[in-house]
Write a new protein. Structure first.
Length: 166
């Protein structure tokens, strides 16, 4: 079975969480679609600002390759900015366009809140026709760690076994 993990990261917290979840998905062939903002802090902020203004030219080629059809499970992981995921999340959903009936999981990372962002993600994924089987908010002011992400990954495995996905 194949899983696609789509994540957005600026400081590395969401990436580490996605990788920890993936480490537990032993019954899957895991692929990634990462959007990683790199460089110095000011460069990351400039790139984030472009995305927030719907300028995705820097990742246009990658966005054009998005295709959910060959995956059994799609996991979306996003950070929280002002109680919402980054605008790249909406663009990814718009570009995929073939989520009808797909099994999905959503998670977000946040320093303080994050609940509204997670609910937003779940709603948007379901509006795109997918079924959200699991969701989790990873919240901590400084370092999130991987313990809860590993536990969540095991929960995903168990849930997918019950649903007959794997």
């Amino acid at each position: 079975m194949k899983v696609l993990i789509i994540y957005f990261t600026m400081g590395g917290r969401t990436k580490k969480t996605a990788e920890a979840i993936a480490s537990t998905l032993s019954n899957y062939e895991v692929s990634y679609f990462p959007i990683e903002l790199t460089g110095k802090f000011i460069e990351k902020i400039k790139m984030l600002d472009k995305f927030e203004n719907k300028d995705f030219s820097i990742i246009e080629t990658e966005l054009n390759t998005l295709d959910a059809s060959s995956y059994d499970l799609i996991i979306f992981g996003m950070p929280t900015y002002g109680d919402k995921p980054p605008k790249a999340f909406d663009e990814i959903l718009a570009r995929m366009g073939n989520l009808n009936g797909k099994k999905t999981v959503v998670f977000n990372t946040a320093r303080f809140t994050g609940g509204k962002a997670l609910e937003y993600m779940k709603t948007k994924v379901e509006e795109a026709g997918a079924q959200v089987s699991d969701q989790f908010k990873f919240r901590k002011v400084f370092w999130i760690g991987v313990k809860n992400a590993i536990k969540f990954g095991k929960q995903i495995n168990e849930r997918q076994e019950k649903l007959g996905t794997i």
